[in-house]
Design a protein around this ligand. Sequence first.
Ligand SMILES: *Cc1c(COP(=O)(O)O)cnc(C)c1O
Length: 391
Amino acid sequence: MPTRPCWVEIRTRILEDNFRFLAGLAAPHAELLAIVKANAYGHGLELCAPAAVRGGAQWLGVTSVEEGVAARAVCPDAHLLVIGGVFPGQGAEAVRHALAVVAWEPWQLDELEKAARAAGGAIAVHLEVDTGMSRQGVAPGALAPLLARFGAGSLLQLDGVMTHLFAADEANGLVTAEQLAQMRGVLATVAAAGLKPAWLNVGNSAALLGGQAETIGPLAAEHGMHALLRPGLALYGLVPEYDPAFEAEPRTLTEARQKLRPVLSWKSRVVTVREVQPGAVVGYNGTFVATEPMRLALVAAGYADGLDRRLGNRFSLLVRGQRAPLVGRVSMDQAVLDVTEIPEVAVGDEVVLLGSQGDQTISAFDHAAATETIPWEIFTRIGPRVTRFPV
Ligand SMILES: *Cc1c(COP(=O)(O)O)cnc(C)c1O
């Protein structure tokens, strides 16, 4: 059965191309883990994880064991990393689906070790170090008891050492340099414990496009390791904003602006067109009142689909290749456009909420600016009832 017309189109070929391009930027310094957490940033895991693999991704990153199980179902051969850690009782599933898991707490290692022993196997662990974000990770000074859990005879395999560069979008690079200096010490501690992890797992889209692979790769090589960077947003075709900006933009960033293309478009249709007279009120609480004869188009998209309620009276959507203002409040399932200036608008016309139509484009950055958030939140808030179609 056709669905109510509020849908997302995913250009899987573009996602493949984006991955290939990013892998080329990272080479020869680093390999990439494609971040597909949170339903591939709202783009749809089942479409995007296999597309990343077709583009050449050998590693995929998910938040949780349950996301890892879903990714395993569509990517049987990829290395899957659970970046949000394991929770009590999840170890057995992690082992069964051959997930690698980020860990930093002794109880997480207990959970994984118990599950590995029960299954008669081993499990790959990426040990996260807190180099300044105070989110996940063990303090560099508290590594010793965790490192003692790995090594000969342990079912826990130290496959990677990880940290998160939490200010890689600050182009002066001061915070990042300080974090990488800490990692140099961490890697020395790991080596002194007799451990030889394969991966130095560091850095998001901003780090990669900011040219950090050139620094992280040699740091990994000093310890016989390989660098693994973890782009998310760039994979979906967006270039993060840097603040402060670069004085001289690195080649990696300039090329990314030319090559990356957005993967997602979000669309709906006109349900009804009506004429209203001056004085007509539009939507809940009449926050918009017509001052002249107007034509209004009802659109089948509302805040339950992820169209932010704060956009009412302050944003436009695309119809017939032109910008039509949202008037009145956005409802749960519907919104109203002023199409007075676009007289040819008719029932059934396609409406673009995010994406391009004609020579007009609305980006996730536009949505984010209008609602004081970031593109990551715009994408992940597109609701589960909005069907994702490959195109
Ligand atoms: C989400 C996430 C990323 C990807 O970040 P982007 O800015 O989207 O590239 C990388 N690493 C970790 C640990 C993350 O949680």
